[in-house]
Design a protein around this ligand. Structure first.
Ligand code: C5P
Length: 299
């Protein structure tokens, strides 16, 4: 009997430790300067080759996200199949743990992991396929997951510079009660076209290195999020009272996070914040967060 080859890919979430929105672009997106960092909250995909024409997704826990054609995993699989001229199909099982609609890039991470898993089951060496180009057509956060670790993003967020790992900080993350709409948050800024770009200590750090100026880190989407979703504000205030290194809304929210210098501090604070159902996770090095296909053979 032939053996079935599955490829498992674990993908982490992300937070933006800094996010400047500089203005609206002619293509309708917003021009950003942002500091992405991978965080140890993980989804997992198991990808199996299938006959031509079959592209199927199952999700665990059932209903955590849609398993239909609108899921970024399905869109990534269809796009990869077309772009790489692949005859075979695929069955993909997604184990979902990254909060959904929370500004942690979960759907984007899943899409990037789909590309990595499919390149492996379809025997397309990663060096031979243009994953980065495909990634940016799938969403503004998707290319970051192919860089992993810590990265500086410009443009829509897709022009990336890999940066050195940050100190081994730990995060407490408080997921929102309900998903937050990213387009709604951006639209509510009501920004005009890109004007003159102000000085930014975090931008200077991204180019020059040294110690990340935590006091200059900010998220320009945060005021719009906390006005529309008051429970996000309550959670953010609860985190700020714990005297963290940094506390902010992640991306377009509604997850909020706080950064601490050690795991012990993060776990202590999480225990005190138990009613908000906190997640505790480390910032990840590039080595730990890089998407890797793990081949599993089954008789
Ligand atoms: O690229 P992605 O599909 O993830 O973006 C979702 C939405 O977020 C966009 O349709 C747009 O409304 C908003 N967005 C933006 N500028 C960015 C990234 C996202 O306006 N740089």
């Amino acid at each position: 009997m032939s053996r079935v080859r599955h490829v498992a890919v674990r993908c982490p979430g992300k937070v933006n430790l800094h996010l400047e929105v500089l203005g609206k672009r002619p293509d309708g997106y917003h021009e950003l300067r942002t500091l992405f960092a991978a965080v140890g909250v993980w989804d997992e995909l198991v990808v199996t080759a299938a006959p031509a024409g079959v592209i199927e997704l199952t999700v665990e826990p059932a209903g955590a996200v849609s398993a239909g054609g609108d899921n970024l995993v399905m869109r990534a699989a269809r796009a990869a199949s077309a772009a790489w001229g692949v005859g075979a199909g695929a069955r993909i099982h997604l184990r979902k743990q990254i909060p959904v609609g929370g500004g942690m890039g979960g759907g984007s991470a899943d899409a990037a992991a789909t590309l990595v898993g499919l390149a492996s089951v379809w025997d397309r060496p990663r060096s031979s396929v243009s994953m980065e180009r495909l990634a940016e057509t799938l969403g503004s956060d998707v290319p970051f997951f192919l860089v992993a670790g810590v990265a500086w993003g410009e443009g829509r967020g897709t022009e990336l510079r890999a940066l050195a790992d940050l100190p081994p900080w730990w995060l407490v993350l408080l997921p929102a009660e309900a998903p937050v709409s990213t387009p709604e948050v951006y639209a509510s800024l009501g920004l005009g076209p890109l004007g003159e770009v102000a000085e930014s200590a975090v931008y200077d750090w991204s180019a020059g290195g040294g110690t990340l100026p935590l006091s200059a880190c900010r998220n320009d989407l945060e005021p719009a999020v906390v006005v529309r979703w008051p429970l996000v504000r309550t959670r953010l205030e609860a985190l700020r009272r714990t005297d963290p290194l940094l506390a902010m809304v992640s991306g377009s929210g509604g997850t909020v996070f706080a950064v601490y210098p050690s795991e012990a501090r993060a776990r202590d604070e999480a225990e005190r914040l138990g009613s908000y159902r906190p997640l505790v996770a480390p910032l990840l090095s590039r080595e730990r967060s890089r998407l890797r296909p793990l081949v599993v053979e089954e008789a």
